[in-house]
Design a protein around this ligand. Structure first.
Ligand SMILES: Nc1ncnc2c1ncn2[C@@H]1O[C@H](COP(=O)(O)OP(=O)(O)O)[C@@H](O)[C@H]1O
Ligand SMILES: [Mg+2]
Length: 282
């Protein structure tokens, strides 16, 4: 499959010294909107001029290929098994995003062995040569694969909804990462909020317990409102930012892209207050 010219033009000259940043989209609870966030964020980051790869790392319930209606030649299970190389399964989406499908159905493998995780990690590093940003759609929960992906990421977006069960599980994720002494930027994105107040309150609850019990600072990645256009786009197997670019959810993802851009809220706060945090878009 040929790569669109728009991407070819954006490839920086050799030796430009660009360092690829990884954004892991995680959650404690399943079904909170991780895959939708990962997909739509990837598309808008690509539209903003970044070279972006999107990896479906949900080994148990991979569904980005379904969400995307993508014609895939293989998935991560083939790479882990050693029957296909990563370059054989990467798909160039019309949006310019490079997509790596996850294992699903019969190939599902909720837990990889350490050997398999290492092999996968080595193969995925190939994406760094061609991309400025790698967005990883992780499985829900705090399994060893998720923690490995998330610990290595420059930025972790913990997606939650305002529901107490989702918030509790989001805290579990934050705690697990803090136990592993995660050094990147850890932020909370509230999905399916009724309004700005509910989004803000969800973030504040998590930020407060993380500060008090774990002594860590969590950043506010913002909120996405409950938006019927999201479900409509999912049913049409389209990304909502493409199907409904003006809907509230699309505008929320655009705001998140701003927060992730140089000089954006997440970046400024991080640099102002936290020595340990890494710089986004170095
Ligand atoms: N902001 C939103 N507004 C309305 N419905 C949403 C929103 N975000 C997610 N959904 C619904 O939740 C479902 C699950 O989202 P998904 O991204 O697949 O979650 P996860 O990857 O966390 O399991 C979607 O198919 C959609 O119907
Ligand atoms: Mg998902």
């Amino acid at each position: 499959m040929s790569r669109p010219n728009i991407r070819a033009r954006q490839i920086p000259p050799p030796g430009a010294g660009r360092h690829t940043k990884t954004i892991a989209v995680c959650s404690g609870k399943g079904g909170v909107g991780k895959s939708n966030v990962a997909l739509n964020l990837s598309i808008l980051l690509s539209g903003a001029g970044n070279r972006v790869a999107l990896v479906d790392a949900d080994m148990g319930m991979a569904n980005l290929d379904v969400l995307l209606n993508a014609d895939i030649q293989g998935d991560i299970s083939h790479v882990v098994a050693g029957t296909k190389r990563l370059e054989e399964i990467v798909v160039d989406l019309p949006s310019g995003v490079q997509f790596v499908a996850g294992a699903s159905g019969l190939a599902k493998m909720a837990n990889l062995s350490e050997f398999q995780r290492t092999r996968l990690g080595e193969e995925l590093t190939q994406l760094e040569a061609d991309n400025d940003l790698i967005v990883i759609d992780c499985a829900a929960g705090i399994g060893p694969s998720v923690l490995q992906f998330a610990s290595g990421a420059d930025i972790v977006l913990v997606v939650t909804t305002p529901e107490p069960t989702a918030i509790t599980d989001a805290y579990g994720m934050i705690k697990a990462l803090s136990r592993r002494e995660y050094l990147g930027s850890l932020s909370v994105l509230t999905n399916q909020a009724d309004n700005r107040q509910e989004g803000r309150a969800t973030y504040q609850r998590l930020a407060e317990v993380a500060r008090r019990f774990l002594d860590i600072r969590i950043f506010d990645a913002g909120y996405i409102s409950e938006d019927p256009k999201v479900r409509q786009a999912v049913r049409r197997r389209q990304a909502f930012v493409l199907a409904y670019p003006k809907c509230p959810a699309s505008r929320a993802v655009a705001a998140l892209v701003n927060k992730l851009s140089p000089g954006g809220a997440l970046v400024r706060e991080k640099e102002g207050f936290f020595r340990r945090m890494v710089r986004l878009f170095a």
